[in-house]
Write a protein that binds this ligand. Structure first.
Ligand code: SAM
Ligand code: SF4
Length: 346
């Protein structure tokens, strides 16, 4: 086991079998987190980059079995912000000292290309770096957002197990999702992907494939989310909640993709009060404080117990900065471009 971790530390390459071997071993979590922390320090340094997360609409045309925003969830109060509110929230994020915002939503057809491009231009005029996380679009739409100024895009593959994807994302196509990911990379975005960990019937072998997929599509960022069952979804009785396995997948991702950005995800914090701290000590270098207005937060319920519900944008930021200081790390001063992406531009 130690030999494999040494190999990952030195070469940043592991085969599927080697990844699987490490994922199967229950005793190596601490060793993997320590190795990933070493690689993080060497390749991306001690700064933790902050992204202000704006959850601007919880309407979604899709029906992913795991997600509280799925269209068949009739117990959810739906909201969408108007363009002025979204841009005003971005401006507030800037006033609070943030350099990057992430616009996230369900797949909401109200926000057509024209509307999205107006919002993108409004935010870029503020001088902020901008990430979108609004789901599957055509290559032309992605190109239009890029042209309007969007810098980065987050779209998780969720799982590389095609059958599992089909089972959990009815009406969607794994090939189309993978094509979106490749299109975004080809258009020059800083590409963020990731997966869910702990879905029913998800194998460890498929998690090994997920990590190799991130390398193959040349991700600049990867977010690993433990699946947390939502009571108003078909997966309400599933177990999920696998924090340690998620941390392992994250640590292995850092070992194999040493110079990318990796967030300590909110879902990790939801599962344990020190979930994000563990992630930051095990390879992560990004946090996304929520800057959505307090009134809307309770309705952006992907899963129950989100730790950010009830806080104001200023509270959320303060909590995150306190956490970073307690770790003896520093808040990133710039907009935290992925070193991996930067290297490719040279
Ligand atoms: N609709 C866009 C999409 O699916 O790419 C962006 C927003 S979606 C809510 C963002 C991510 O939330 C998804 O990629 C999924 O991995 C995650 N998510 C959804 N339901 C979840 C759950 N029950 N537990 C943990 N993460 C979840
Ligand atoms: Fe919609 Fe995204 Fe939730 Fe799927 S994961 S239901 S696409 S918001």
């Amino acid at each position: 086991m130690q030999n494999l971790i040494e190999k990952a530390l030195n070469t940043h390459q592991l085969s599927k079998e080697e990844l699987l071997f490490l994922l199967q071993d229950d005793s190596n979590l601490d060793a993997l987190l320590k190795a990933a922390d070493e690689v993080r320090r060497e390749y991306v340094g001690d700064e933790i980059h902050l992204r202000g997360l704006i959850e601007f609409s919880n309407f979604c045309k899709n029906n992913c079995l795991y997600c509280g925003l799925r269209r068949d969830n009739k117990n959810l109060t739906r909201y969408r912000m108007d363009e002025e509110t979204i841009i005003a929230l971005a401006a507030h994020a800037k006033e609070m000292g943030l350099h990057t915002v992430v616009l996230q939503s369900g797949e909401d057809l109200h926000f057509n290309t024209e509307r999205m491009c107006r919002i993108i231009r409004g935010i870029k005029e503020l001088g902020l770096a901008l990430t979108l996380s609004i789901g599957e679009k055509t290559k032309e739409e992605y190109a239009a957002y890029k042209q309007a100024g969007a810098d980065r895009y987050l779209i998780r593959i969720e799982t590389t197990d095609k059958q599992l994807y089909l089972d959990n994302d009815p009406g969607m196509s794994w090939e189309e999702r993978a094509a979106c990911i490749r299109n975004l990379k080809a258009l020059g975005y800083e590409l963020g992907s990731g997966c869910l960990v702990g879905l029913p019937n998800q194998s460890l072998a498929s998690l090994a494939d997920d990590i190799l997929f991130f390398k193959e599509v040349d991700c600049d960022m990867v977010g690993i989310g433990p699946f947390i069952p939502h009571p108003d979804t078909p997966l309400k009785n599933a177990q999920g909640r696998q924090l340690n396995l998620s941390l392992k997948v994250m640590a292995l991702t850092r070992l194999l993709l040493p110079d990318i950005n990796i967030p300590a995800t909110t879902a990790m914090e939801t599962l344990a009060p020190d979930g994000q701290t563990k992630a930051l000590n095990g390879g992560a270098n990004v946090i996304m404080p929520n800057v959505t207005l307090t009134d809307y937060r309770k309705f952006y319920q992907l899963y129950p117990g989100k730790t950010t519900t009830g806080y104001t944008p200023d509270d959320s930021l303060k909590k995150v900065i306190d956490k970073i200081q307690a770790l003896g790390r520093s808040v990133g001063k710039g907009c935290g471009i992925s070193p991996h992406w930067l290297k490719e531009q040279k």
